[in-house]
Design a protein around this ligand. Structure first.
Ligand SMILES: Nc1ncnc2c1ncn2[C@@H]1O[C@H](COP(=O)(O)OP(=O)(O)OP(=O)(O)O)[C@@H](O)[C@H]1O
Length: 223
């Protein structure tokens, strides 16, 4: 689905050099500390940044969508209009499609609400719905759960899993959070100082999905 071959990007104090292959239908994690080069890789895959060397191959006509940490929502528009935007830009507006993805992310009831009145988790759901509305085969996610608390994070991660299962969407997840990779990804690449130092299958078996209430979680950590 996505192949980065001998990709290089050189900044004054930073050199990226990687090879990476992401298979059709997998949820692939890219994990690394701040400054390791994750966003640079994602931007190269998005086509927002040109590599100095190497080749990037993405299957022809792959519909791609992005979800960012900051959500990039339009605050002067309501939920419905935010989600409809990519379809309007592509001149493919369909109210039914917007309704369908809003239902999928559990926001049908909030479709007339303005973004400012939503919680962080709800905003993230709007961003996910907006990404899904064009039926992407490839979803690129940059630190999408970093600002969310544990229970909302679990909900959003469930949603990504559902997207992958229901639509077969290939998902590339960039994160510095180990638990996100553990919970969601089948494979992960570890990136350090611009190089991939390891790639392996994630052992998801012993991840315990939390059914605890928020109060239980707080007690468990703090007491
Ligand atoms: N336009 C640029 N000019 C010069 N250096 C840059 C530029 N963009 C990124 N860098 C450098 O490249 C390195 C990797 O940055 P990148 O944003 O890819 O890291 P990251 O792993 O995504 O970090 P974070 O988790 O903090 O977002 C950093 O050292 C950064 O300073």
């Amino acid at each position: 689905m996505v192949e980065l071959r001998d990709i290089e990007k050189n900044y004054t104090n930073f050199d990226l050099k990687i090879n990476l292959k992401i298979n059709n239908g997998e949820i692939f994690g890219l994990i690394g500390q701040s400054g390791s080069g994750k966003s640079t890789i994602l931007r190269i895959v998005q086509g927002l940044l040109k590599a100095d060397k190497g080749e990037i191959n993405i299957a022809k006509n792959t519909e791609t969508a992005y979800i960012f940490q900051e959500f990039n929502l339009l605050y002067n528009k309501n939920v419905f209009d935010n989600v409809a935007l990519p379809l309007i830009l592509k001149k493919k507006f369909s109210a039914e499609k917007v309704e369908e993805v809003l239902k999928f992310v559990g926001l049908s009831e909030r479709k007339d609400s303005f973004i400012a009145s939503l919680s962080g988790g709800e905003r993230q759901r709007v961003a996910i719905a907006r990404a899904l509305v064009t039926n992407p085969q490839l979803l690129l996610c940059d630190e999408v759960t970093a600002s969310l608390d544990k229970s909302v994070k679990d909900e959003i991660l469930d949603l990504f899993e559902e997207i992958n299962k229901k639509y077969g969407t290939t998902i590339l997840v960039v994160t510095h959070e180990l638990e996100v990779v553990k919970r969601l990804c089948s494979r992960v690449a570890v990136i350090e100082k611009g190089k991939i130092t390891d790639i392996f299958n994630v052992n998801q078996k012993d991840y315990e999905k939390s059914n605890k209430s928020y109060a239980d979680y707080v007690r468990e950590v703090l007491k």
